[in-house]
Design a protein around this ligand. Structure first.
Ligand code: DC
Length: 209
């Protein structure tokens, strides 16, 4: 079974993907980390995120980088969003994601274009959303817990800029697949959102058999 979980930043999709993968005993790929690794490599190499050649050169990152906690910082998220606009970058990361999705036994992937581009025939597609204000609150809490000194307004500005870039780009823009189930977590505790996601997947599986 392939489960595709897409949505904007801080919508809850990462936590939902983790819990869904654990529940169904499936391997998980957080595809945002790949773009974050490109962003971090580019930063270290002194490249320009808006230059396609520089961004492409940063795609050959070392896999050990994927475990670096620094990838989770907001400035790296923003760089990831900028490098992800380039078609050459998306192409360089495509096969790795698709191979993961179509491995024997199935997989869970979360990102922006899993249901539309990476695994268009996934068994279940979820599109997780929440209002920008609630997402900014969540991201702010997360950053404070990680000892980062940021304001909620800064988070809201970043989130809006990122939404606009991710949804407005030409290459694989952030949008729900036509057959995706929408899950709005604005007024949901994360535990309830996870339960709803699992129930949706279970229902879908029952309908398939
Ligand atoms: O999910 P995230 O916040 O870690 O993603 C960081 C950025 O990477 C996001 O703003 C856009 C890009 N991204 C993408 O374009 N496609 C994906 N499948 C995952 C992430």
């Amino acid at each position: 079974m392939i489960v595709a979980i897409d949505g904007p930043t801080a919508s809850g999709k990462g936590t939902i993907a983790k819990k869904v993968a654990a529940h169904f005993n499936l391997p998980l790929l957080d595809t945002g980390l790949l773009y974050r690794a490109v962003g971090k490599t580019l930063l270290d190499d002194g490249g320009d995120a808006d230059n396609e050649d520089d961004a492409l050169a940063a795609c050959g990152f070392d896999d050990a980088l994927l475990d670096d906690d620094r990838l989770r910082d907001e400035d790296i998220g923003s760089l990831a969003s900028r490098v992800s606009v380039h078609a050459a970058v998306r192409k360089a990361l495509f096969e790795r994601q698709q191979n993961f999705a179509y491995q024997d036994g199935g997989a869970v992937l979360d990102g922006r274009d899993i249901g539309t581009m990476i695994a268009p025939d996934a068994d279940v597609k979820l599109f997780v959303t929440a209002s920008p204000q609630v997402r900014a609150q969540r991201r702010h809490r997360e950053m404070i817990a990680r000892g980062r000194n940021v304001s909620e307004q800064q988070m809201l500005d970043d989130i809006k800029a990122r939404d606009e870039r991710d949804s407005g780009r030409r290459a694989a823009p952030l949008k729900p697949a036509q057959d995706a189930h929408l899950l709005d977590t604005t007024n949901l505790a994360i535990g309830d959102a996870v339960q709803q996601a699992i129930a949706l997947i279970q229902k879908k599986l029952q309908n398939q058999t």
